[in-house]
Design a protein around this ligand. Structure first.
Ligand code: PLP
Length: 389
């Protein structure tokens, strides 16, 4: 029976011990014992199925992976210590010297660093392409192109990539389509349905949803995930069983949380759109978003992130942040608590001014990860900070 989204997150409570607990216990153990030398040998050789060592697998990480696979409609997965470990593994497991990557220009800052600072050391080249114009990507495909890397919506510019077009292009040229689905979560968007071969997440964000643990995951086609598993087992970025235990429980409320995040975010975006202190607001499900039609098509709701440009540039943006009272000034997102950041001076400060502007990050840009508080309180805080700034 194919389970529905939230049921997948709630009814994957395996394994159950002799105590018949309702929630999966925490298997905080680095290794597992074997009943005999023969069984140990057979498990190591793969003849017998079994859990060997928590760098390879663990009942808690298995539970988390199983849930995310069902939510994403993917065949298999591997859970990692952080989102960046998942992003890196999804590239490093496949790319070899001489390969070429097509990457959407609007990717997360650390993904940009992998592409620009590390891949070149291993003889792997890449070309940045415009996220809003997938039709223009084909001319950049080379004989040695192996993978397309993209993120939609992007952090922090909330630029979308047309997944249907990217899926068709990848299929036509037999390329691995690798999609970071962190901002949308599997509740709002299903990249696999559009042909994504690999989907990565920072589980640190909405999957945890309460700002407690770090985590990441790569899911996708089994034959590809087998390569990710081989890479991760031997290079060691495994998720801790404790974090997997926390995350598995969090997934049970993902759909409820996303409904509230998105409803609050839409109300805040509409408020900001009306404000005379604001130059422009970006929110995928606002009619004024340049890709509104696409957002309505490929995202069931608009997400929790609202980005806006305050009149008066960076100085005023800093004053706005200093005037904030209820929301938090922190670099995370996807938390139950609303979070305000200034990308130019924080998450994207390592990029050059030119690089920032090329992905639409202006000095007066502010990103709000809209939380689960009463929306009237979030709006009141933003309103008083706009006034004070
Ligand atoms: C889109 C996206 N991908 C990946 C990451 C990296 O995740 P982590 O911080 O869990 O390594 C982030 C973090 O903010 C992100 O926003």
């Amino acid at each position: 029976m194919k389970k529905k989204f939230t049921t997948s997150a709630i009814r994957n409570q395996k394994p159950r011990s002799q105590y018949r607990e309702h929630s999966v216990p925490l298997y905080l153990t680095s290794s597992f014992v074997f009943p005999s030398a023969e069984n140990m040998a057979d498990t190591f050789s793969g003849k017998e199925e079994g859990i060997i060592y928590s760098r390879y697998s663990n009942p808690n990480t298995d539970e988390f992976i199983q849930k995310v696979c069902e939510m994403e409609g993917a065949e298999a997965g591997f859970a990692t210590a952080t989102g960046m470990a998942a992003v890196f593994a999804s590239m490093a497991a496949f790319l070899v010297s001489g390969d070429h990557v097509i990457a959407s220009r609007a990717v997360f800052g650390s993904t940009h660093q992998i592409l620009t600072s590390f891949l070149a050391n291993w003889g792997i080249t890449f070309t940045y392409v415009e996220p809003t114009d997938v039709d223009s990507w084909e001319k950049h495909i080379q004989k040695n192109t192996k993978m397309i890397v993209l993120e939609t919506p992007s952090n922090p510019g909330l630029t979308l990539v047309n997944l249907k077009k990217a899926g068709k292009l990848a299929k036509k040229h037999n390329l691995i389509l690798n999609v970071d689905n962190c901002f949308a979560t599997p509740y709002l968007q299903s990249p696999v349905a559009y042909g994504a071969d690999l989907v990565v997440h920072s589980a640190t964000k909405f999957m945890d949803g309460q700002g407690r643990v770090l985590g990441g995951i790569v899911v996708g086609k089994k034959e590809l995930i087998d390569k990710v598993i081989f890479f991760c087992r031997h290079t060691g970025p495994a998720m801790s069983p404790f974090n997997a235990w926390v995350l598995s429980k969090s997934l049970e409320t993902l759909s409820l949380r996303m409904e509230r995040h998105c409803a609050n975010a839409l109300k805040l975006a509409k408020f900001l759109e009306e404000s005379k202190q604001v130059k422009m607001v970006l929110y995928p499900h606002l009619k004024s978003h340049p890709q509104y039609k696409l957002a309505k098509k490929q995202m069931s709701l608009g997400g929790s992130l609202v980005t806006f440009e305050i009149k008066g540039g960076q100085k005023r943006a800093m004053r706005f942040l200093n005037a904030i009272q209820l929301c938090s000034l922190t670099s995370n997102l996807g938390d139950s608590r609303s979070i305000v950041t200034h990308p130019t001076s924080t998450t994207h400060s390592k990029l050059t001014e030119e690089e920032r502007l090329s992905v639409g990050i202006k000095p007066g840009m502010i990103r709000i990860s809209v939380g689960l508080e009463d929306v009237e309180d979030i709006i009141a805080d933003v309103k008083q900070a706009l006034k004070k700034s």
